[in-house]
Design a binder for this molecule. Structure first.
Ligand SMILES: [Zn+2]
Ligand SMILES: [Zn+2]
Length: 361
Protein backbone atom coordinates (compact mmCIF):
# COMPACT_ATOMS: atom_id res chain seq x y z
CA UNK A 1 0.00 0.00 0.00
CA UNK A 2 2.76 2.39 0.92
CA UNK A 3 4.54 1.79 -2.34
CA UNK A 4 1.36 2.49 -4.31
CA UNK A 5 0.75 5.77 -2.51
CA UNK A 6 4.34 6.77 -3.06
CA UNK A 7 4.06 5.91 -6.76
CA UNK A 8 0.81 7.81 -7.12
CA UNK A 9 2.29 10.81 -5.39
CA UNK A 10 5.18 10.81 -7.81
CA UNK A 11 3.19 10.38 -11.01
CA UNK A 12 -0.15 12.07 -10.53
CA UNK A 13 1.02 15.68 -10.42
CA UNK A 14 2.72 15.29 -13.78
CA UNK A 15 -0.02 13.25 -15.39
CA UNK A 16 -3.07 15.31 -14.62
CA UNK A 17 -1.73 18.84 -14.53
CA UNK A 18 -0.20 20.93 -17.22
CA UNK A 19 3.22 20.48 -15.77
CA UNK A 20 6.03 22.39 -17.36
CA UNK A 21 8.48 19.63 -16.51
CA UNK A 22 9.81 17.89 -19.60
CA UNK A 23 8.68 14.38 -18.79
CA UNK A 24 8.31 12.08 -21.82
CA UNK A 25 4.71 11.04 -22.62
CA UNK A 26 3.53 7.85 -20.94
CA UNK A 27 3.75 4.97 -23.42
CA UNK A 28 0.24 3.72 -22.60
CA UNK A 29 -1.44 6.79 -24.10
CA UNK A 30 -3.35 5.81 -27.28
CA UNK A 31 -2.41 7.70 -30.45
CA UNK A 32 -4.75 10.57 -31.23
CA UNK A 33 -6.65 9.72 -34.42
CA UNK A 34 -6.19 12.37 -37.06
CA UNK A 35 -8.67 10.91 -39.54
CA UNK A 36 -12.19 9.54 -39.68
CA UNK A 37 -13.15 6.43 -41.57
CA UNK A 38 -16.21 7.61 -43.53
CA UNK A 39 -17.85 4.20 -42.94
CA UNK A 40 -17.07 3.90 -39.22
CA UNK A 41 -20.66 4.92 -38.42
CA UNK A 42 -21.84 1.56 -39.81
CA UNK A 43 -20.63 0.03 -36.54
CA UNK A 44 -23.69 1.61 -34.90
CA UNK A 45 -25.87 -0.60 -37.10
CA UNK A 46 -24.33 -3.86 -35.91
CA UNK A 47 -27.11 -6.32 -35.06
CA UNK A 48 -29.82 -4.56 -37.11
CA UNK A 49 -32.40 -6.95 -38.60
CA UNK A 50 -35.14 -6.77 -41.25
CA UNK A 51 -38.01 -4.67 -39.95
CA UNK A 52 -35.78 -2.35 -37.90
CA UNK A 53 -35.88 1.39 -38.44
CA UNK A 54 -32.60 2.92 -37.28
CA UNK A 55 -30.85 6.20 -38.11
CA UNK A 56 -27.91 5.46 -40.39
CA UNK A 57 -29.57 2.69 -42.42
CA UNK A 58 -30.06 5.22 -45.24
CA UNK A 59 -26.26 5.70 -45.36
CA UNK A 60 -25.74 1.96 -45.55
CA UNK A 61 -28.25 1.77 -48.41
CA UNK A 62 -26.33 4.50 -50.21
CA UNK A 63 -23.11 2.50 -49.70
CA UNK A 64 -24.71 -0.65 -51.09
CA UNK A 65 -26.09 1.38 -53.99
CA UNK A 66 -22.63 2.86 -54.71
CA UNK A 67 -21.14 -0.62 -55.02
CA UNK A 68 -23.99 -2.02 -57.10
CA UNK A 69 -25.97 -4.00 -54.53
CA UNK A 70 -29.07 -1.77 -54.68
CA UNK A 71 -29.78 -0.97 -58.30
CA UNK A 72 -32.47 1.68 -58.26
CA UNK A 73 -32.17 4.59 -55.84
CA UNK A 74 -35.48 6.10 -54.66
CA UNK A 75 -36.55 9.41 -56.23
CA UNK A 76 -35.78 11.22 -52.95
CA UNK A 77 -33.49 9.91 -50.20
CA UNK A 78 -33.02 6.38 -48.96
CA UNK A 79 -35.09 5.64 -45.84
CA UNK A 80 -33.87 4.22 -42.53
CA UNK A 81 -36.17 1.22 -42.93
CA UNK A 82 -34.51 -2.23 -43.04
CA UNK A 83 -36.71 -3.40 -45.92
CA UNK A 84 -36.73 -6.46 -48.19
CA UNK A 85 -34.51 -4.77 -50.78
CA UNK A 86 -31.85 -4.09 -48.15
CA UNK A 87 -32.04 -7.66 -46.88
CA UNK A 88 -31.54 -9.00 -50.42
CA UNK A 89 -28.62 -6.61 -50.99
CA UNK A 90 -26.94 -7.69 -47.75
CA UNK A 91 -27.33 -11.37 -48.67
CA UNK A 92 -25.67 -10.77 -52.05
CA UNK A 93 -22.88 -8.82 -50.35
CA UNK A 94 -22.36 -11.64 -47.86
CA UNK A 95 -22.17 -14.20 -50.69
CA UNK A 96 -19.66 -12.10 -52.61
CA UNK A 97 -17.39 -11.73 -49.58
CA UNK A 98 -17.89 -15.33 -48.46
CA UNK A 99 -19.48 -14.34 -45.19
CA UNK A 100 -22.29 -16.26 -43.53
CA UNK A 101 -25.43 -15.38 -45.49
CA UNK A 102 -27.51 -14.18 -42.55
CA UNK A 103 -29.43 -11.33 -44.21
CA UNK A 104 -28.83 -9.07 -41.23
CA UNK A 105 -26.01 -6.77 -40.16
CA UNK A 106 -23.94 -9.17 -38.09
CA UNK A 107 -20.54 -7.95 -36.83
CA UNK A 108 -18.53 -9.77 -39.54
CA UNK A 109 -20.56 -8.08 -42.28
CA UNK A 110 -20.25 -4.65 -40.69
CA UNK A 111 -16.50 -5.09 -40.22
CA UNK A 112 -16.07 -6.05 -43.88
CA UNK A 113 -18.12 -3.04 -44.99
CA UNK A 114 -15.98 -0.57 -43.06
CA UNK A 115 -12.70 -1.70 -44.67
CA UNK A 116 -11.10 0.67 -47.17
CA UNK A 117 -11.75 -0.50 -50.70
CA UNK A 118 -11.65 0.12 -54.42
CA UNK A 119 -14.32 2.51 -55.66
CA UNK A 120 -15.34 0.28 -58.55
CA UNK A 121 -18.72 -1.41 -57.93
CA UNK A 122 -18.93 -5.16 -57.31
CA UNK A 123 -22.12 -5.32 -59.39
CA UNK A 124 -22.38 -3.37 -62.64
CA UNK A 125 -25.71 -3.01 -64.47
CA UNK A 126 -27.17 -5.76 -62.31
CA UNK A 127 -24.42 -8.26 -63.15
CA UNK A 128 -22.23 -9.29 -60.26
CA UNK A 129 -18.58 -8.82 -61.12
CA UNK A 130 -17.67 -11.03 -58.18
CA UNK A 131 -19.84 -14.00 -59.08
CA UNK A 132 -18.85 -16.15 -56.12
CA UNK A 133 -21.49 -18.73 -56.86
CA UNK A 134 -22.40 -18.15 -60.50
CA UNK A 135 -19.48 -19.82 -62.24
CA UNK A 136 -18.41 -23.36 -61.63
CA UNK A 137 -14.67 -23.04 -61.62
CA UNK A 138 -13.57 -19.49 -62.09
CA UNK A 139 -13.87 -16.68 -59.61
CA UNK A 140 -12.08 -13.96 -61.53
CA UNK A 141 -14.46 -11.83 -63.57
CA UNK A 142 -14.56 -9.43 -66.48
CA UNK A 143 -16.62 -6.36 -67.15
CA UNK A 144 -19.84 -6.73 -69.13
CA UNK A 145 -18.97 -7.62 -72.70
CA UNK A 146 -15.44 -8.69 -71.71
CA UNK A 147 -13.75 -5.48 -72.90
CA UNK A 148 -9.98 -5.78 -73.44
CA UNK A 149 -7.23 -3.89 -75.21
CA UNK A 150 -7.11 -5.00 -78.86
CA UNK A 151 -4.22 -7.21 -79.94
CA UNK A 152 -2.84 -4.28 -81.93
CA UNK A 153 -2.41 -2.54 -78.56
CA UNK A 154 -0.23 -5.00 -76.66
CA UNK A 155 2.47 -2.37 -76.08
CA UNK A 156 0.64 0.03 -73.81
CA UNK A 157 1.88 3.42 -72.68
CA UNK A 158 1.03 5.31 -69.50
CA UNK A 159 1.63 8.77 -68.13
CA UNK A 160 1.12 10.68 -64.90
CA UNK A 161 -1.29 13.54 -65.41
CA UNK A 162 -2.06 14.88 -61.94
CA UNK A 163 0.41 14.40 -59.10
CA UNK A 164 0.81 17.86 -57.60
CA UNK A 165 -1.58 17.13 -54.73
CA UNK A 166 0.63 14.45 -53.18
CA UNK A 167 4.13 14.75 -51.74
CA UNK A 168 5.53 11.58 -53.34
CA UNK A 169 8.52 12.39 -55.55
CA UNK A 170 8.21 11.89 -59.29
CA UNK A 171 10.98 9.32 -59.36
CA UNK A 172 9.48 7.29 -56.50
CA UNK A 173 6.10 7.38 -58.17
CA UNK A 174 7.63 6.17 -61.44
CA UNK A 175 9.42 3.32 -59.69
CA UNK A 176 6.40 2.13 -57.71
CA UNK A 177 3.94 2.26 -60.59
CA UNK A 178 6.41 0.62 -62.95
CA UNK A 179 6.78 -2.23 -60.47
CA UNK A 180 2.98 -2.55 -60.28
CA UNK A 181 2.68 -2.79 -64.08
CA UNK A 182 5.50 -5.35 -64.20
CA UNK A 183 3.39 -7.81 -62.17
CA UNK A 184 0.90 -7.97 -65.03
CA UNK A 185 3.53 -7.80 -67.77
CA UNK A 186 5.25 -10.85 -66.27
CA UNK A 187 2.18 -13.05 -66.78
CA UNK A 188 1.02 -11.82 -70.18
CA UNK A 189 2.41 -10.63 -73.49
CA UNK A 190 1.50 -7.03 -72.65
CA UNK A 191 4.20 -4.42 -72.11
CA UNK A 192 3.90 -1.07 -70.32
CA UNK A 193 6.05 1.98 -70.91
CA UNK A 194 5.93 5.34 -69.15
CA UNK A 195 5.73 8.28 -71.54
CA UNK A 196 5.14 11.99 -71.20
CA UNK A 197 1.59 13.16 -70.66
CA UNK A 198 1.73 14.95 -74.04
CA UNK A 199 2.50 11.70 -75.89
CA UNK A 200 -1.11 10.51 -76.19
CA UNK A 201 -0.73 7.75 -73.57
CA UNK A 202 -3.12 4.79 -73.49
CA UNK A 203 -3.36 4.98 -69.69
CA UNK A 204 -3.40 8.12 -67.54
CA UNK A 205 -2.70 8.11 -63.79
CA UNK A 206 -3.51 10.91 -61.39
CA UNK A 207 -4.34 11.83 -57.80
CA UNK A 208 -7.60 13.70 -57.21
CA UNK A 209 -9.62 15.01 -54.27
CA UNK A 210 -13.37 14.83 -53.78
CA UNK A 211 -15.50 15.46 -56.84
CA UNK A 212 -13.17 15.41 -59.83
CA UNK A 213 -15.56 15.40 -62.73
CA UNK A 214 -16.22 11.74 -63.52
CA UNK A 215 -19.25 11.20 -61.29
CA UNK A 216 -17.23 9.12 -58.80
CA UNK A 217 -16.15 11.59 -56.09
CA UNK A 218 -13.49 10.55 -53.59
CA UNK A 219 -14.32 10.62 -49.88
CA UNK A 220 -11.19 11.69 -48.01
CA UNK A 221 -9.03 9.45 -45.83
CA UNK A 222 -9.98 5.73 -46.08
CA UNK A 223 -13.34 4.76 -47.60
CA UNK A 224 -12.73 4.48 -51.33
CA UNK A 225 -9.03 4.58 -52.23
CA UNK A 226 -8.95 4.61 -56.03
CA UNK A 227 -10.80 3.60 -59.17
CA UNK A 228 -9.94 2.76 -62.75
CA UNK A 229 -11.99 2.38 -65.88
CA UNK A 230 -12.33 -0.73 -68.02
CA UNK A 231 -10.62 -1.03 -71.45
CA UNK A 232 -10.01 0.94 -73.46
CA UNK A 233 -10.75 4.02 -71.35
CA UNK A 234 -7.40 4.03 -69.56
CA UNK A 235 -8.14 6.39 -66.66
CA UNK A 236 -6.70 5.46 -63.26
CA UNK A 237 -7.54 7.83 -60.38
CA UNK A 238 -6.25 7.74 -56.80
CA UNK A 239 -7.72 9.58 -53.82
CA UNK A 240 -5.18 12.30 -53.02
CA UNK A 241 -6.40 12.40 -49.41
CA UNK A 242 -5.09 8.93 -48.51
CA UNK A 243 -2.02 8.41 -46.36
CA UNK A 244 -0.19 6.82 -49.27
CA UNK A 245 2.98 4.89 -48.48
CA UNK A 246 5.18 4.63 -51.56
CA UNK A 247 8.49 3.70 -49.94
CA UNK A 248 9.54 1.63 -46.97
CA UNK A 249 7.60 -0.91 -44.94
CA UNK A 250 3.91 0.00 -44.87
CA UNK A 251 3.29 -2.45 -42.02
CA UNK A 252 5.34 -0.27 -39.68
CA UNK A 253 4.04 3.08 -40.95
CA UNK A 254 3.28 5.61 -38.24
CA UNK A 255 -0.22 6.41 -39.52
CA UNK A 256 -3.00 3.96 -38.71
CA UNK A 257 -4.56 4.98 -42.03
CA UNK A 258 -1.46 4.13 -44.10
CA UNK A 259 -2.30 2.57 -47.47
CA UNK A 260 0.30 0.91 -49.67
CA UNK A 261 0.40 2.64 -53.04
CA UNK A 262 1.87 -0.25 -54.98
CA UNK A 263 -0.78 -2.68 -53.69
CA UNK A 264 -3.62 -0.42 -54.80
CA UNK A 265 -1.91 0.22 -58.14
CA UNK A 266 -1.60 -3.50 -58.91
CA UNK A 267 -5.35 -3.86 -58.24
CA UNK A 268 -6.40 -0.88 -60.34
CA UNK A 269 -4.21 -1.96 -63.26
CA UNK A 270 -6.23 -5.19 -63.22
CA UNK A 271 -9.32 -3.06 -63.92
CA UNK A 272 -7.50 -1.07 -66.63
CA UNK A 273 -6.80 -4.40 -68.36
CA UNK A 274 -10.36 -5.72 -68.03
CA UNK A 275 -10.62 -7.67 -64.78
CA UNK A 276 -13.52 -7.10 -62.39
CA UNK A 277 -13.63 -7.97 -58.70
CA UNK A 278 -13.26 -11.48 -57.34
CA UNK A 279 -14.42 -13.28 -54.21
CA UNK A 280 -10.97 -14.82 -53.67
CA UNK A 281 -9.58 -12.95 -50.69
CA UNK A 282 -5.94 -13.69 -51.53
CA UNK A 283 -6.35 -12.36 -55.08
CA UNK A 284 -5.27 -8.89 -56.11
CA UNK A 285 -8.75 -8.27 -57.55
CA UNK A 286 -10.48 -8.68 -54.16
CA UNK A 287 -12.19 -5.31 -53.52
CA UNK A 288 -10.92 -4.44 -50.02
CA UNK A 289 -7.46 -3.99 -48.54
CA UNK A 290 -6.59 -3.40 -44.92
CA UNK A 291 -4.53 -0.44 -43.78
CA UNK A 292 -0.79 -0.99 -43.24
CA UNK A 293 -0.89 -4.01 -45.55
CA UNK A 294 1.17 -4.88 -48.60
CA UNK A 295 -0.45 -7.14 -51.19
CA UNK A 296 1.25 -7.08 -54.56
CA UNK A 297 1.59 -10.72 -55.65
CA UNK A 298 -0.87 -11.95 -58.25
CA UNK A 299 -2.78 -15.05 -57.12
CA UNK A 300 -3.78 -17.88 -59.44
CA UNK A 301 -7.23 -16.35 -59.79
CA UNK A 302 -5.72 -13.11 -61.16
CA UNK A 303 -3.26 -14.93 -63.41
CA UNK A 304 -5.76 -17.27 -65.04
CA UNK A 305 -8.18 -14.38 -65.50
CA UNK A 306 -5.69 -12.10 -67.23
CA UNK A 307 -4.11 -14.88 -69.31
CA UNK A 308 -7.54 -15.86 -70.64
CA UNK A 309 -7.87 -12.29 -71.94
CA UNK A 310 -4.36 -11.71 -73.28
CA UNK A 311 -2.49 -15.00 -73.42
CA UNK A 312 0.49 -16.19 -71.44
CA UNK A 313 3.95 -14.73 -71.25
CA UNK A 314 6.20 -17.60 -72.45
CA UNK A 315 8.68 -16.70 -69.72
CA UNK A 316 6.08 -16.89 -66.97
CA UNK A 317 6.87 -19.63 -64.48
CA UNK A 318 3.80 -19.51 -62.23
CA UNK A 319 2.97 -18.08 -58.84
CA UNK A 320 4.10 -19.37 -55.49
CA UNK A 321 1.46 -21.96 -54.56
CA UNK A 322 1.14 -21.25 -50.85
CA UNK A 323 -1.07 -18.17 -50.86
CA UNK A 324 -4.14 -19.61 -52.51
CA UNK A 325 -4.24 -23.01 -50.82
CA UNK A 326 -5.02 -21.61 -47.43
CA UNK A 327 -7.75 -19.40 -48.83
CA UNK A 328 -9.51 -22.08 -50.86
CA UNK A 329 -9.44 -24.84 -48.29
CA UNK A 330 -11.41 -22.95 -45.70
CA UNK A 331 -13.89 -20.83 -47.52
CA UNK A 332 -15.88 -22.77 -50.11
CA UNK A 333 -18.19 -24.78 -47.92
CA UNK A 334 -21.84 -24.37 -48.77
CA UNK A 335 -21.41 -22.56 -52.07
CA UNK A 336 -22.64 -25.40 -54.19
CA UNK A 337 -21.48 -28.31 -56.26
CA UNK A 338 -20.00 -26.25 -59.03
CA UNK A 339 -17.69 -24.38 -56.74
CA UNK A 340 -16.79 -27.58 -54.97
CA UNK A 341 -15.39 -28.84 -58.24
CA UNK A 342 -13.65 -25.51 -58.50
CA UNK A 343 -11.87 -26.13 -55.23
CA UNK A 344 -10.70 -29.49 -56.41
CA UNK A 345 -9.52 -28.00 -59.65
CA UNK A 346 -7.57 -25.29 -57.89
CA UNK A 347 -5.96 -27.75 -55.53
CA UNK A 348 -4.85 -29.95 -58.39
CA UNK A 349 -3.56 -26.88 -60.12
CA UNK A 350 -1.65 -25.69 -57.10
CA UNK A 351 -0.18 -29.08 -56.27
CA UNK A 352 0.93 -29.41 -59.87
CA UNK A 353 2.67 -26.07 -59.59
CA UNK A 354 1.68 -25.03 -63.09
CA UNK A 355 -0.77 -22.21 -63.57
CA UNK A 356 -0.43 -20.60 -66.95
CA UNK A 357 -1.75 -21.90 -70.23
CA UNK A 358 -4.85 -23.59 -68.87
CA UNK A 359 -8.09 -22.18 -70.18
CA UNK A 360 -11.06 -22.47 -67.90
CA UNK A 361 -14.50 -22.91 -69.39
ZN1 LIG B 1 -11.40 -2.67 -57.82
ZN1 LIG C 1 -12.14 9.45 -60.94
Amino acid sequence: MMSFIFFAFLVLPFTYTNSVFAFPPLPSFPPIPSFTNPWEGFQNLSGCHPGDNVPGISDLKQYLHDFGYISNPPPANFTNSFDDELEAAIKTYQKNFKLNVTGFLDPSTINQMTLPRCGMPDIINGTSTMASSLHGRKLYTYFTGNPRWPSSKSQLTYAFTSTSSVSISTSTLSTVISRAFSRWAATTTLTFTEVGSDSDPDITIGFYSGDHGDGEPFDGVLGTLAHAFSPTDGRFHLDAAEQWVAEGDVTTASSDAAIDLESVAVHEIGHLLGLGHTSVESAIMYPTIKTKTKKVELAEDDVVGIQNLYGKNPNYTGVAPATTVQQRDTSDAGLGLGLGFGSLFWRVLVVGGVVGGLVLG
